[in-house]
Design a binder for this molecule. Structure first.
Ligand SMILES: Cc1cc2nc3c(=O)[nH]c(=O)nc-3n(C[C@H](O)[C@H](O)[C@H](O)COP(=O)(O)O)c2cc1C
Length: 413
């Protein structure tokens, strides 16, 4: 009988029954919505970002979304032009207080964005007084209609440090700094947040992008009365970029802060990937906008079964395990080389590997057009495995190591 895995985590001294949280967005826009998410099983919520209405008069553009469809996969990405909450601080704070009273054991993170120092301090203090467990500082919204706010603050080390410091002085709550991916080196910004006293980092907010253009009118989408803008992109398509940032943060030993991972998480495998790269806490928006709160049931069940099957009792046993395997490309062992192997019994003779290798790689596939069979010319193959990736038959193409002390390989200088 195996011991059932425990998904609970400690994040900045706060216990979450599981690492799954709503990220700050329309999915966490009101107390009623967040309460339903708690009931569905989410371990915590990050409330939709609060701003002070006398500083930010938020009027949402319309329409504010455009889904990016990739072949059959609808909603592979999502572009949004939404700003922070357009509700009053009083309403949002009342919701936070109500939620915390009704669900004292669930975690509530208040996401805030000030425009001035007093705004940041006020929102931090009001959130704390309403019962929030943690604060998340939104340094990362890509479409705020105010010049020096959102991701522009997140691109400025000094502002990130200064605002974090203001919040730390105003409240005793642990502070998470939410990073923009619209930057070259996230670690430097995270270090600035740390210098200001941040207790954790969350990443990523959305990536500035243009998801589509109407080729008749030349107007990019979403078409907001004849205009559009490069605005925040999220969902499965951003996951590889998000994972890179998570590993950068985790591997930056000088940073050493816990990470909340965000960006394209829809399934328990996505969640596991973020944990393996070093995230302790996880946040989701687009997956919920597409499928609803109930996706958390599969996430909890899938991750629990995966861990229980492998006798992994606690998440701390796997956090960061994949990031440890990432090295600088200069450290690759290039004495290790492979060539492709095509399983004759599985090849259906479609010729896809031949075409791709011929036009996109090293002309190492020999195709018998009468027999309709592909084979590998090992003297030309450089082991890129393009053929494996384009082959429609699972496991038809594999690889084998070659002895580089005997075979003079093209990839070895
Ligand atoms: C419509 C929409 C609105 C969002 N609003 C906020 C916000 O108010 N504050 C914030 O910190 N992030 C906001 N985000 C960003 C998300 O919290 C999250 O960082 C991002 O969408 C990536 O995660 P995902 O791929 O799971 O959606 C918003 C995202 C979307 C799609």
């Amino acid at each position: 009988m195996k011991t059932k895995a425990d998904l609970s985590i400690d994040f900045c001294g706060v216990r979450f029954e599981n690492p799954f949280c709503l990220s700050s967005s329309p999915v966490s826009n009101s107390a009623e919505m967040c309460a339903r998410a708690y009931d569905a099983g989410w371990g915590g919520i990050v409330f939709k970002t609060l701003g002070v209405e006398t500083s930010f008069k938020v009027v949402m553009p319309s329409p504010r979304l455009n889904a990016y469809n990739l072949g059959d996969k609808r909603f592979a990405g999502l572009q949004n032009a939404e700003q922070i909450s357009d509700r009053s601080v009083a309403d949002n704070i009342a919701d936070i207080a109500w939620l915390k009273k009704k669900h004292p054991d669930k975690v509530l993170i208040s996401s805030i964005m000030g425009y001035t120092d007093p705004d940041w301090a006020l929102l931090a203090k009001m959130s704390e007084d309403a019962g929030a467990d943690l604060l998340e500082l939104n340094f990362s919204c890509p479409q705020m209609a105010y010049k020096f706010s959102g991701y522009r603050v997140g691109q400025d080390f000094h502002a990130v440090e200064a605002y974090t410091e203001v919040v730390k002085k105003a409240s005793k709550l642990p502070v998470i700094a939410k990073m923009t991916p619209n930057i070259t080196d996230m670690v430097k910004v995270a270090m600035a947040a740390k210098a200001g006293g941040a207790d954790a980092i969350s990443a990523i907010n959305t990536i500035r992008a243009i998801s589509d253009i109407n080729i008749d009118t030349f107007i990019p989408l979403p078409n907001i009365h004849g205009h559009s803008a490069a605005t925040g992109f999220s969902g499965p398509m951003v996951k590889p970029v998000a994972m890179r940032f998570i590993s950068d943060l985790y591997n930056a030993k000088e940073l050493g802060l816990p990470i909340s991972g965000i960006g394209g998480i829809e399934t328990w495998v996505d969640a596991l990937h973020f944990l393996l790269l070093g995230a302790t806490n996880l946040q989701v928006t687009t997956g919920i906008m597409r499928y609803g709160y109930r996706i958390v049931e599969d996430m909890i069940e899938g991750l629990t079964d995966y861990m229980t099957d492998r006798n992994i009792i606690s998440l701390s046993e796997i956090i960061g395990k994949a990031s440890q395997k990432l090295v600088d490309p200069s450290e690759f062992n290039t004495r290790y080389q492979v060539v492709s192997v095509i399983d004759d019994t599985k090849c259906i003779g479609c010729g896809q590997c031949y075409i791709s290798c011929h036009d996109g790689a090293n002309q190492a596939i020999v195709f018998d057009s009468l027999e309709r069979k592909a084979s590998v010319d090992e003297t030309r193959c450089v082991g890129c495995l393009l053929c494996k990736h384009v082959c429609p038959v699972w496991d038809c193409v594999t690889s084998k190591e070659v002895d580089t002390s005997v075979v003079k390989h093209a990839a070895i200088f």
